[in-house]
Design a protein around this ligand. Structure first.
Ligand code: ADP
Length: 476
């Protein structure tokens, strides 16, 4: 099977969130199962490994009425072919998204993906689209390209990584940027709530829709989680699949991670984790103490991630003998109160308001627990990384958190973390208290918990098979 992946980001070249990790690891897992995978990314100015790119070709494409130059570069990585589509006007600037002309930039990208297929003669069996940046490829293919002989017979899948970001925009863009007839807006195919909605369009036009965990696939059918797309998703519910993301064991691995002070595995964790913990406490300006439970929080500072309930109970949590390290950047609404409370409890809280990959690894490696009480969580990677590093997650039972963390059961001695059901600050604090009690008073159980967490099956093996089953069902 040949699969073309279209997404706004992918490791190791460019990353702003979990989407990049999926694009960096799912194609690799499929290649290892004998399939051919091609990933097409924008050629951002800040691309990593840029010196490994080689020029392939160039051509002009139409973005609505605009005739735009497109230059294509290529790199091979882990058996996957990456193509990068370049136009200086659109991508020769810092960062990834967040510009006023994002719709135009990604309209260019969407056309570039469809055009690259015929220009390089790489007609795939499947085009796998991810999130709003690639979403409009679905209507463009079904309403236009599928009528050209060369393109006929390709199947299109769309994966929702986070339904909160839909690509809602001016209805005029449908014609102006995408060159599609505006009756597709008026008949509702591409319309939602008075806007052109890129994600809705992809849900409507794709052959299959997937999302990144089984629980989230159920949640987004409801008014509470559907973000206004629950109706169209219910219409497509028989073509909707939830497949849990995996993590790449070659990349997320405490035995190989160069960012750690001491590497460790399941056999050496008791001996080596304390060394990482002490180094982390020192790095973060906290008293170096082996006995105090150390809780990490690694997150974008946004409403999705449970910051409201964390802030509500942080002061009360500080009445316990604990230390907390926060690593995150985002909304001032959360940064400012965090600064206040961290200044007050400066011997117990280390606040790091930045994006720092190295520190994130050392937090996963050195902390005892990771707190992730998300309001909603399509899949979540932080809790999976912390499991791998023997750092026990404390999570709310939503989306991928529910699917990847098994609640500790002290009677059966099973489970890999601690979890609570409702988005309620007191329930969260009770659960943290329970985790602290086990940590402080039942060392043997904690040790077993750490071993089960590190041993949890989180790689792509089963999930890649699940994607293949979905793709194959379209080809029969
Ligand atoms: P989301 O994609 O919604 O932000 P995920 O849990 O799926 O959440 O993925 C977040 C990824 O970004 C994880 O790999 C996490 O370690 C990383 N990350 C989040 N915030 C930071 C930060 N401030 N510094 C370094 N890495 C971060």
């Amino acid at each position: 099977m040949r699969i073309v992946f279209a997404a706004g980001e992918g490791t190791p070249f460019i990353k702003s969130g979990g989407l990049a990790d999926v694009i960096g690891s799912l194609p690799k897992a499929l290649v290892q199962k004998g399939h051919e995978c091609i990933v097409v990314l924008p050629k951002y100015r800040d691309l990593k490994l840029a010196d490994q790119l080689e020029y392939v070709t160039n051509y002009y494409i139409w973005v609505g009425w605009r005739r735009s130059y497109c230059c294509v570069f290529k790199a091979e990585y882990d058996g996957v072919t990456f193509y990068f589509v370049d136009n200086e006007q659109y991508f020769g600037r810092p960062g990834l998204y967040g510009y006023d002309d994002d719709e135009e930039r990604f309209a260019f990208y969407d056309f570039a993906v469809l055009e690259i297929i015929s220009h390089l003669d790489i007609k795939p069996d499947i085009i796998s689209l991810h999130d709003w940046q690639a979403a409009m490829i679905a209507p463009l293919y079904k309403e236009r390209y599928a009528y050209y002989e060369y393109y006929q017979g390709i199947k299109v899948t769309f994966t929702i990584h986070n339904i909160a970001y839909q690509g809602k925009c001016d209805p005029n863009y449908l014609t102006d940027l995408f060159g599609l007839d505006n009756y597709l807006y008026y008949n509702g195919n591409c319309r939602n709530d008075g806007c052109l909605n890129m994600m809705k369009s992809a849900i409507f036009y794709s052959d299959v829709v997937t999302t990144v965990s089984p629980t989230y696939a159920q949640e987004i059918l409801t008014d509470e989680f559907g973000e206004g797309l629950q109706s169209i998703l219910n219409m497509r519910r028989h073509d909707l699949y939830g497949i849990l993301n995996g993590i790449d064991p070659d990349v997320v691995n405490p035995a190989k991670d160069p960012e750690l002070v001491e590497n460790f595995d399941i056999n050496t964790v008791e001996e080596k984790k304390p060394i990482n913990k002490a180094a982390l406490q020192e790095e973060c300006g906290l008293p170096v103490r082996a006995d105090v439970p150390l809780i990490g929080i690694v997150t974008r500072l946004t409403w999705q991630k449970g910051l409201d309930i964390i802030l509500e109970k942080m002061d009360e949590l500080m009445q316990r003998d604990v230390q907390v390290i926060v690593l995150g950047a985002g909304d001032l609404k959360y940064e400012e109160p965090l600064k206040g409370i961290a200044a007050y409890h400066n011997q117990k809280i280390s606040l790091n308001l930045k994006y720092d990959f190295g520190l994130s690894c050392r937090i996963y490696g050195g902390c005892d627990m990771l707190l992730m009480p998300s309001l909603f969580e399509p899949c979540g990677l932080s809790q999976m990384m912390s499991l791998r590093y023997g750092t026990i997650p404390i999570v709310r039972e939503t989306g991928g958190l529910k699917d990847s963390v098994q609640a500790y059961d002290e009677y059966a001695q099973t489970g890999t973390g601690f979890s609570f059901k409702n988005y309620n600050a007191q329930e969260m604090l009770n659960t943290i208290d329970y985790a602290l009690k086990v940590y402080n008073e039942d060392k043997d159980s904690w040790k077993d918990l750490v071993h089960r967490a590190m041993d949890a099956k989180l790689d792509w093996e089963e999930s890649a098979d699940a994607y293949l089953r979905v793709f194959n069902s379209l080809l029969d």
